[in-house]
Design a protein around this ligand. Structure first.
Ligand code: PMP
Length: 451
């Protein structure tokens, strides 16, 4: 269906255009190479579709401007970190106020009380701890799970992503756990720490949990990092039932599935995990994350952590729970990621999906669109993948690159790694409809339907 030669030519043309129109970003990138490996402060920043990353000047709401003066509609939103929109008006005053009054003390502030109560209300778990990143929240949740169960393994789903958590960079090959491709300097062979099964495979899950040596299943209730993969009917019930039967803790990572509603997928569908982690957007972009526990888990933890040795126990962090994070979480949850905001944003995400679907239909493409609340994405395959393995096999890097580049050259930033868009409270109907137009134009330019 896609003429690969033409695709290559189109990529070349778009790359040329990108370079011509971003001279300042290019110059900054060249300078940055002197002091940053690959010219970027964080290695993922090399993964953009252009030949260098664009340097940002400022962001406001659903838009940002780069150093070359181009304005973009931002559907990436910091890969969820800014799902609130940039500089969210409902949170910035409280954040500024906290900065003026001191940001970190290694002591609690009163905002913690409000945040704890609100997390309980949203996610249905009574006890909470704060970390700096979702990665840390996951690491600490796994440590505590091992601590109280005295079990060696954790179980994750194939092609999951839970941050830079060692145990999760594993995949399954002929029934054995091996390192996932690209795993940099693995600290421990994941075969010693991790069992991997495919999402939606109840039989494999049952078999893996049966020996009773898995401390916890760490899972997104809907996979989002190899594309959106919904649980099949009954799968999450089976997951809950099997973990309970085998004394395995169930940890839901809601960092991305927070797009489903104010209480994530857990709140929206009344799930009952033993532990829950969430980061990124909950502080409106200020680094923070939380991990929560059920009453039963808290009971098992209570009294088992040595107060004298608390600072060397492997959970916590000097800046975790700092005053700024707490103020940011309070303001974000109170004023930005509200029920009303979700209702509006989800309706716009539906409009985004319908727009892309209409082009797919008009042009008879074998592609699909998937959505999870205010997160939506399109796929270059005919039917929804059932699990991570199927999804990974459908990735088309060249086509991804072309679609991202075309969008970028027309003032739209999509989430890298896949064709995903997030809708914030400041995204407008005009932004969505403009995307549909650019998507149609990019397809036509590729197929030669209209150039
Ligand atoms: N959990 C999930 C589901 C994620 O998608 C990510 C990041 N993409 C993380 C955890 C880690 O977040 P961070 O990089 O902010 O630690």
């Amino acid at each position: 269906m896609i003429d690969r030669k033409r695709l290559q030519e189109r990529i070349e043309e778009e790359l040329k255009r990108f370079e011509e129109t971003h001279p300042r970003s290019k110059a900054l990138f060249e300078r940055a190479k002197a002091n940053f490996i690959d010219g970027v402060p964080m290695n993922w920043m090399v993964k953009w579709a252009g030949s260098f990353p664009i340097f940002v000047e400022s962001g406001e709401g659903a838009h940002f401007t780069d150093v070359d003066g181009h304005r973009y509609i931002d559907f990436c939103l910091g890969d969820t970190g800014s799902m609130t929109g940039h500089a969210p008006k409902g949170a910035v005053p409280a954040i500024k106020d906290r900065i003026d009054r001191g940001v970190t003390f290694m002591l609690p502030t009163e905002d913690a009380i409000w945040v704890g109560e609100e997390l309980n209300r949203r996610f249905g778990l009574p006890y909470w701890q704060v970390a700096i990143s979702a990665t840390d929240a996951n690491r600490f949740a796994l440590r505590l799970a091992r601590h109280i169960t005295k079990r060696q393994y954790v179980l994750v789903f194939n092609y999951c992503y839970h941050g830079t958590v060692d145990e999760a960079f594993a995949t399954a090959q002929e029934g054995h756990t091996i390192c996932r491709e690209g795993n940099i300097g693995p600290q421990v062979d994941p075969a010693q720490t991790t069992k991997v099964v495919e999402f939606n495979d109840i039989e494999a899950l049952e078999k893996a949990l049966a020996p009773g040596d898995v401390a916890a299943v760490l899972a997104e209730p809907v996979m989002t990092n190899i594309g959106i993969i919904h649980p099949e009917p009954g799968f999450l019930d089976a997951l809950r039932e099997l973990t309970r039967q085998t004394g395995t803790l169930l940890i839901y990572d809601e960092t991305h599935t927070m797009s489903a509603g104010p209480g994530g997928y857990t709140g929206a569908y009344g799930l009952t995990p033993d532990m829950l982690t969430v980061g990124k957007a909950i502080g409106g972009g200020i680094p923070t994350a939380v991990y929560g526990f059920s009453e039963a888990v808290a009971e098992r933890i209570r009294g088992t952590i040595d107060v004298e040795g608390a600072d060397v126990g492997g959970i916590g962090g000097t800046l975790a729970g700092n005053a700024l994070s707490m103020a940011a979480m309070r303001a974000t949850l109170e004023n930005v990621l509200t029920q009303e905001a979700y209702e509006r944003n989800i309706a716009l995400a539906e409009r985004f999906s319908e727009g892309v679907e209409s082009v797919i239909q008009e042009r008879g493409l074998p592609w699909i669109v998937k959505r999870l609340g205010c997160r939506t994405e399109y796929w270059f395959r005919e039917s929804p993948p059932k699990n991570g393995g199927e999804a990974a096999a459908a990735v088309d890097y060249e086509l991804d690159r072309y679609m991202h580049l075309y969008a970028l050259n027309h003032g739209i930033l999509m989430t890298p790694f896949h064709n995903m868009a997030l809708i914030s409270s400041q995204t407008t109907v005009e932004d969505i409809d403009y995307h549909t137009k650019v998507f149609r134009d990019s397809v036509d330019a590729l197929l030669g339907t209209r150039v």
